[in-house]
Design a protein around this ligand. Structure first.
Ligand SMILES: Nc1ncnc2c1ncn2[C@@H]1O[C@H](COP(=O)(O)OP(=O)(O)OP(=O)(O)O)[C@@H](O)[C@H]1O
Length: 351
């Protein structure tokens, strides 16, 4: 079971233009992992209907490859479709990722699994960078559970005065946009495929971010379609991977690290969250989930360990209350870990 075998199988599938979907450059970001295949089919939106059966054939072709137990194909639209008479060779040339207008740099914050503190880090990092004088945007791309409106204390729907562009929200010195502000909270979880990709693209390209030094993107957990779409569509300058210290969390984090490697996104560093727990009554320090695993991984990869953030009630209460701890208690020990990450990124010219 190999990536090559899947690609070979997909060459038997023809698009509505008669060219096979691999040579035509329709198949993008193909990954094979533990018997599961994922890829994006980038198509002319006007041909979405015609591609329905092609998608089904592609799923069947990839699924028939020996050792493949699951296939996930996402149809996504590209804006400038190739003219129909284009030779397959030219059509296969990939369209490179674009800069988001006005945005100097993009940093993606990712995690291998959910609930490890990726959104908490994104919110605190964005606020800390703003406190350090950077013009910062925060894009909540966690389509399956957008939590930035709550963490950043933002409510209401973003306005669209001209019906085309969207005005972002702003709080704590940070310009922000979340998929949670565009749909009802319970709706976001059922979004799938092209609709979801369209929303992500809209948030990147149609939001009036204005001039930003850095846009922090809070990704959904794992290594899925959103991560692939983001790095295909926009030029991501660096990624931060968050993990808790347990072996199983680290195992998932490694998959995230591997994904960024494949997508050619430089890894800026790792963060160990919930590293130690300091008892709020007696001050006793305990490594509830173990300690040092993320540091060892960073050393192995030759990337910085950006911080070890403690498991601390104050951090949770602050985020749940809509005022991240770097804003509610900027001089606290709890805020320092996030401020140090921001300072390190600024010093390296990464933010
Ligand atoms: N260092 C910390 N100390 C205490 N609580 C924390 C810490 N980091 C995160 N939390 C809390 O843990 C919960 C999960 O954190 P968060 O939402 O940031 O994780 P996530 O990785 O973004 O999760 P998901 O992938 O589900 O969106 C939240 O209630 C948050 O307040």
């Amino acid at each position: 079971m190999s990536r090559e075998a899947v690609i070979e199988a997909l060459k038997s599938v023809k698009g509505p233009d008669g060219f096979d979907i691999v040579s035509a450059g329709t198949v993008r970001a193909l990954q094979v992992e533990e018997g599961k295949v994922r890829f994006v089919m980038e198509i002319d939106p006007a041909q979405a209907e015609a591609y329905g059966p092609v998608q089904a054939q592609a799923e069947a072709a990839a699924g028939a490859v020996e050792g493949i137990s699951g296939v996930s194909v996402v149809l996504t639209g590209h804006s400038n479709a190739a003219p129909p008479d284009l030779k397959p060779k030219r059509a296969a040339e990939p369209k490179g990722p674009e800069k988001i207008p006005g945005v100097a740099r993009i940093i993606a914050v990712a995690s291998g699994k959910g609930g490890v503190g990726k959104s908490t880090l994104s919110a605190n990092l964005a606020c800390a960078l703003a406190q350090q004088g950077r013009k910062v945007g925060l894009l909540d791309a966690d389509v399956y559970g957008p939590s930035q409106p709550r963490m950043m204390g933002v409510t209401g729907r973003p306005a669209s005065p001209d019906g085309k562009t969207i005005l972002p929200m702003r709080n704590h010195g940070v310009t922000m946009m979340s998929i949670g502000l565009m749909v009802n909270e319970d709706q976001a979880v059922i979004w799938r495929g092209p609709m979801l990709m369209g929303a992500l693209q809209q948030m990147m390209m149609q939001v009036q971010w204005r001039a930003l030094d850095v846009l922090i993107v809070d990704l959904p957990p794992g290594t899925g379609d959103v991560q692939m779409t983001l790095s295909q569509k926009a030029q991501v300058d660096g990624a931060i991977v968050v993990s808790t210290p347990q072996d199983v969390a680290l195992l998932d984090a490694r998959k995230g690290i591997d994904m960024f490697d494949k997508l050619n996104v430089p890894l800026l560093g790792l963060v160990e969250n919930m590293s130690t727990h300091v008892c709020s009554n007696c001050g006793h320090e305990e490594h509830i989930f173990g300690h040092g695993g993320v540091a060892a991984e960073a050393e192995k990869l030759g990337v910085p360990l950006l911080a070890e953030v403690p498991l601390d009630l104050k951090i949770r209460l602050a985020s749940d209350g809509g005022v991240p701890v770097v804003v509610s208690a900027p001089d606290s020990r709890q805020a320092k870990a996030y401020q140090d990450i921001a300072a390190a990124l600024v010093a390296r010219g990464a933010a």
